[in-house]
Design a protein around this ligand. Structure first.
Ligand code: FAD
Length: 323
């Protein structure tokens, strides 16, 4: 297809993505979608299950194939303190189970601060920091690490502030930066220091033009600029993308910066491009798969559907047949 055609398709996709992310806020749609069983085709493709034992099982399978894992206990934007503590406890339980299964050398956890209290009125940031601290301590005792997921742009400063606090005691805590945000190249410069683990992703939320690039081409260019900073810096870049072009550019930039496999890693989501995950691992790269699990899978699923129009057909079929 010519570039004009591709550009048109990309624009259509961008519009569809923004509509879907907007519509997904309707409570009726959420009710209809959440009535799908987790075992239904479209949910099971992206989510490892609703319980910690299911997540551990999925981890075992991936690790036995030479892959590494980061696990996300699904849930976001909790509205009370008890729910924030429940999320923290779910992570402690998961870490105990991963440790008992001997998996913590290859499995860490990813935490959304909004799931541990960040959005609570008043002292939400303090509650999130304390809960995150508890999870970081449990992770360290289990011999592994935590990465703080990045959510919508209204939380970026708060999340990076909490990261700074956490890194005083747990310098191994990973950060996430989103290439679609105009500020990200500068944030990469701040975070490209020795020992700093930084996951770079494109970004999955509906963001206004004032803070974020809207077109795929602009986002991709932002990704490359950010990658250059991270690869040329002293930290540990974690390249989170399924985009073949960006994966290949990452390899070239790593070579140019004299980075060996193991001084950076590739990350992909559970269920997306599994052959590519194995291909990169087969070349000797560290590859980490993000495994989401838990009952609150709605927001995560919608973001995955919005990324790829083809997923929507599959999804519509699941909803009609409610298998
Ligand atoms: C490990 C990991 C952690 C992440 N953490 C965060 C985070 O903390 N905050 C955040 O905002 N975002 C996060 N993301 C999501 C990310 O921001 C993107 O939304 C997502 O990765 C899609 O972007 P892409 O780079 O794969 O490129 P795209 O241009 O979206 O996709 C490139 C190709 O990958 C394949 N692909 C991509 N998505 C799908 C899909 N849903 N279904 C099927 N095929 C697909 C297709 O072949 C597509 O052509 C994370 C992603 C990864 C991999």
């Amino acid at each position: 297809m010519d570039t004009v055609g591709n550009g048109w398709l990309e624009e259509e996709h961008g519009v569809l993505r923004r509509i879907l992310l907007g519509v997904s806020r309707s409570s009726q749609i959420k009710k209809a979608v959440s009535s799908l069983p987790v075992s239904s085709g479209i949910v099971a493709r992206f989510v490892a299950g609703e319980t910690a034992p299911e997540a551990v099982l999925a981890t075992e399978k991936l690790v036995s194939n030479g892959l590494n894992v980061t696990l996300d206990h699904l849930g976001e934007n909790v509205t009370d303190r008890a729910a924030a503590s429940a999320t923290a406890n779910a992570y402690l339980d998961l870490l105990r189970k991963l440790s008992a299964a001997g998996l913590t050398k290859h499995a860490e956890v990813s935490v959304k601060l909004s799931a541990v209290g960040q959005a609570l009125p008043g002292d939400g940031e303090k509650i999130a920091l304390e809960n995150a601290r508890t999870i970081c301590l449990a992770a360290r005792n289990a011999g592994t690490t935590v990465t703080l997921d990045m959510e919508d742009h209204t939380t970026t400063d708060s999340t990076l502030g909490i990261l700074r606090e956490l890194r005083q005691d747990f310098p191994e805590t990973g950060a996430v930066l989103q290439a679609y945000l105009r500020r990200t190249e500068s944030d990469c410069r701040d975070l490209a220091y020795a020992g700093s683990r930084v996951r770079l992703c494109k970004g999955a939320y509906k963001e206004p033009e004032s803070v974020a690039f809207q077109e795929k081409r602009q986002v991709d260019k932002g990704y490359v600029r950010a990658m250059k900073v991270l690869m040329n810096g002293d930290g540990y870049p974690m390249i989170a993308s399924h985009d073949p072009r960006l994966i290949s550019i990452a390899g070239a930039l790593a070579d140019r910066a004299n980075r060996k496999p193991g001084s950076y890693e590739y990350q992909m989501l559970f269920g997306i491009r599994p052959e590519e995950q194995l291909r990169l691992a087969g070349l000797g790269h560290t590859v980490r798969i993000y495994i989401p699990y838990g009952e609150d899978w709605y927001g995560y699923l919608v973001r995955r559907l919005a990324e790829r129009p083809a997923n929507l057909q599959f999804f519509a079929r699941s909803l009609i047949s409610k298998k």
